[in-house]
Design a protein. Structure first.
Length: 76
């Protein structure tokens, strides 16, 4: 059984390391995607799989003004 806390920290870490694989913001780290782009996905539907889950998580962080929580996870 996986530890949910560890799993959540790993997801947050992926937001500051994984880059958008396609589209207008291809190559940009998910945590740096603009809110309007995340909102578009929220309206139109998130992709399947890990990318969609991470984009949905990033949308929630952005929508609730919690982007600052990712700052300590970024590498200097």
């Amino acid at each position: 059984m996986t530890d949910p806390v560890v799993e959540n920290v790993e997801q947050l870490q992926r937001l500051v390391t994984l880059k958008m694989p396609y589209g207008k913001y291809k190559g940009r780290v998910l945590a740096d995607l603009p809110g309007h782009y995340l909102g578009w996905f929220a309206r139109e539907g998130f992709p399947r799989g890990e990318l969609g889950s991470l984009l949905a998580l990033m949308y929630e962080l952005d929508h609730n003004d919690l982007r600052h929580l990712l700052q300590p996870l970024r590498k200097p």
